[in-house]
Structures are given as structure tokens and as C-alpha cells.
Design a protein around this ligand. Structure first.
Ligand SMILES: [Fe+2]
Length: 440
């Protein structure tokens, strides 16, 4: 069979594009800045990046960043209500009153998206073997059962998985504050998916005036929250704002990693800064932006002596809860959590951060392709992001440790804990940043 002219043209185009990419990548070597300083600590084995990531990493910044923004657009995973309908008996929301009339926690369950799961496996491979190796002896059998349960779960239909409630969860915190004399104003932190019944419940508490993202990596539900509460002011990082505008979210009102003293890029002019956000909160809540944390641009919110946190702590700090819930829980969420924990978090799996998934270290490494070329915010090539982050954490912990400032911490990936416990765990988790204790 003789190929048509159009197919020959397409083939020639493919060869030409392939040749250009080949020589481009050879020249660029798809490597981060070759003068970049390696991370000062060893965070484990090197990651082999898939070819498309290497190609994107080799592109100049003006093409690469828009591609990265497009590729990391929020994509909300599905939950039991999406799949089983509003009348389903499986409630994705678990509400908890933290401080009467003032603070609430909402734990939201959902199904991890197949794309996210695939991306994690693409980077870290099959983590099952590592999870069993790293688990303590008394949990090895449990991990074997977890892996069998996770494999069975993967073969289930979406409906069956939804009937189990899903395999992932995220916490949202709500605080009632007084703005312009209205003591029914609400601030929601780290928003989750807001189905009508959740909106109805929130409306019984007050009027949402602020939506705070808390982490530039938690953006899947932010555009939906912005849409559901059109009058609320949005406080988020620039990276979160870029990603969310990619799916049509209105521009955030306050960008907390753009400070007044620095040169504000034209595209952000007219938006509020960190200091403007503090002013808008009228002293009802304090913000602590953890500078240098290029992976999540973590932002603490302190309100009613309670601190809201996301993406800096990853393990349960309460030993009793750890035993009764984490170790003996039998749901698919417990199984997934244990596999994640023992493959990516344990000290054995990751020699420098006892409580930290290794990708959080990787994201601070200027010589890593992922951190330096495939994220919207990259670590400084001279390694100074670690020092900046350590100083920022140290300063926040110092303020929080003053008498009467903070009673309790609500951590999105763990449970409530005392301020003392939080400071100690944060130090154990991030003390490696500049090799000096974060506690003064
Ligand atoms: Fe997270």
C-alpha cells in the first residue's frame, strides 16, 4: 500500500519535531541549573522521570511555566455523592465541633483519581514492597493484608468503591469571626468539595467572608468553593491562583506570597498582598506564611487561639490514637494510609525526615528536575530556600509559643494536638532544613 501525501507529510513533521527535540534536549540535557547546589541531606534513591517530563523540563521557562500551569489545573476527584447520588447513605462529610460556636472541623472522604494514582506510581514505582520492608514487625502482617485489600479495591467498580466511602480524605476548618461588626462572619480554611447539604450546613453557621487555601498543592476544591461563595474574599498563593484561574476561578483577592515591599509583578497589580489580607481580617485572625516552602507555600491561620495547618505535618502525633486508629483501623482508608506511611514516610524509608514523605525533601532540591523545572515555584539554586523556610518556621513557632497565644493546633493531615506537641513534631519533621533546632 502506497502512503498518501498527507500521511507522508505527517510522518516528516513527526521526524522533524523528534529531531528538533532530540538536539534541543541534548543541548539542554533536560537538567536543572548545572550550577545548582545539591540538597545538603540525602533523601533517598534518585527518581527516574518519565520521558515527557524530561522533555517539558528541557523547554525554556516562557513555554514551560504555562505548560506546567495547564498540566496542574485543579481536577476535583469524585466522591460518594457524585457516584451514588444525593440520597446515598454514604455521607462523605464527618463534622466535628472543636470550639463551641466558634470552630468546626469537616473531614471529607473521596476516591483518589486514577490520574493522580498513576502519576504517583510513575514517580515512586510500586510502593508495596517498600511498605512491608519498612513496617515494624508487629505490623508486617497488617501491611500484607492492606496490600491485598488495596489490590482488591483497585479491581472494584467505581460504585463499589464509593459504597466503601472512598480511599482518601481531606480536612477543612471553619472559624466564626467578627468582621465590620458582624459576628457571624466565617473563614473557611483548606476547602473541600461543597455539595448542597454542606453549603446548607455552613449557611446555618454564618456567612462565608474568607476562603483561605493554606497550601498551593491543595487546589482541587478551591475553584468550587469560590464559585459557591461568590462574595467571599479568596486568600491564596500565586501558584494556587494561577492554577485555579486555569479553570475559570475569579482572581484571588489576596496573594500572600506577594509582599508589599517587593516589586509586585504587573499581572498581580490591583490584588491585595499579605499585609492587605491581615488588614482585611481586622485582627480576628493572624496569618503565618512559611516562606521558602516552594512546594506548598504553607500558610498557618491562627484564630481563637487555634492554629490551622496543612501540608507541613503528615503523621498522627497522638500515640494512643496512633495505636487505636492508625494501627488497628480496617477500612480501605486505613489500609491506604498505612501503605503510604510505610513506603514514603518512615525513617527507614527516608533516612533524614522521620515524619516527612520523601517528595517534600525532593521538592527542596534545586538539582532535582521535578523541583527546579516542573513546579511553578522552584527552590533557589543556591540552596537558600531551606534556610529561609527554617527561619520562617522558627519565627512562627516562637510567636505561637508565647504565653496565651495558641492553645490547640488543627492539622489537616493528622488530628488535633496541643501547641507543645505541634512545635515538637514540626521540629522533628523539618529540623533538617538548616541543621539547627526550630525551637528557641
Ligand atoms: Fe496535602
Amino acid at each position: 500500500m502506497i502512503p498518501s501525501t498527507s500521511s507522508l507529510t505527517a510522518a516528516l513533521q513527526t521526524v522533524a519535531i523528534g529531531a528538533i527535540m532530540y538536539f534541543w534536549m541534548r543541548r539542554r540535557r533536560s537538567k536543572p541549573n548545572e550550577k545548582a547546589k545539591p540538597l545538603h541531606v540525602d533523601y533517598g534513591e534518585a527518581i527516574s522521570f518519565p520521558f515527557p517530563m524530561k522533555v517539558i523540563g528541557s523547554l525554556p521557562e516562557w513555554i514551560r511555566i504555562p505548560l506546567m500551569v495547564k498540566g496542574s489545573k485543579p481536577s476535583p476527584p469524585r466522591d460518594s455523592i457524585d457516584i451514588l447520588g444525593q440520597d446515598s447513605e454514604v455521607d462523605p462529610y464527618e463534622k466535628k465541633l472543636i470550639l463551641p460556636g466558634k470552630i468546626w472541623r469537616v473531614r471529607y472522604s473521596y476516591l483518589m483519581s486514577p490520574e493522580f494514582k498513576k502519576a504517583m506510581e510513575g514517580l515512586f514505582g510500586n510502593v508495596n514492597a517498600a511498605a512491608i520492608t519498612n513496617a515494624p514487625d508487629h505490623l508486617k502482617e497488617t501491611l500484607e493484608k492492606d496490600i491485598a485489600a488495596a489490590e482488591k479495591y483497585d479491581t472494584m467498580s467505581e460504585k463499589e468503591r464509593a459504597e466503601q466511602g472512598g480511599d482518601s480524605k481531606q480536612d477543612m476548618f471553619i472559624a466564626k469571626i467578627n468582621i465590620d461588626g458582624d459576628d457571624n462572619a466565617l473563614l473557611i480554611y483548606n476547602p473541600v468539595r461543597l455539595h448542597p447539604q454542606m453549603i446548607d450546613w455552613i449557611n446555618t453557621l454564618g456567612e462565608v467572608k474568607f476562603i483561605v487555601s493554606g497550601s498551593s498543592s491543595h487546589t482541587n476544591f478551591l475553584p468550587d468553593a469560590a464559585k459557591k461563595f461568590p462574595n467571599a474574599k479568596i486568600i491564596c498563593a500565586v501558584a494556587a491562583d494561577l492554577k485555579c484561574q486555569g479553570v475559570g476561578m475569579r482572581p484571588a483577592d489576596f496573594l500572600y506570597d506577594v509582599v508589599r515591599d517587593e516589586e509586585v509583578p504587573t499581572r498581580y497589580s490591583g490584588r491585595g498582598t499579605y499585609e492587605d489580607a491581615l488588614e482585611a481580617l481586622q485582627g480576628q485572625a493572624r496569618l503565618f506564611h512559611i516562606r521558602g516552602d516552594v512546594c506548598t507555600q504553607a500558610l498557618f491561620v491562627l484564630v481563637h487561639k487555634h492554629l490551622f495547618e496543612v501540608d507541613l505535618l503528615y503523621v498522627n502525633s497522638d500515640e494512643k490514637l496512633r495505636e487505636t486508629e492508625f494501627e488497628s483501623g480496617t477500612s480501605i482508608q486505613h489500609s491506604s494510609h498505612r501503605i503510604f506511611h510505610y513506603s514514603l514516610i518512615t525513617k527507614k524509608a527516608h533516612p533524614i525526615g522521620y515524619l516527612l514523605p520523601k517528595y517534600r525533601c525532593l521538592m527542596m532540591d534545586p538539582t532535582s528536575l521535578l523541583a527546579s523545572k516542573l513546579m511553578i515555584d522552584a527552590p533557589n539554586a543556591d540552596g537558600s530556600s531551606c534556610v529561609i523556610m527554617a527561619e520562617s518556621l522558627r519565627s512562627a513557632l516562637k510567636t505561637l509559643s508565647q504565653h496565651g497565644v495558641c492553645d490547640q493546633v488543627l492539622s489537616s493531615h493528622t488530628h488535633e494536638m496541643s501547641r507543645e506537641c505541634f512545635c515538637q513534631k514540626l521540629n522533628e519533621t523539618w529540623g533538617w532544613l538548616d541543621g539547627t533546632s526550630l525551637l528557641e
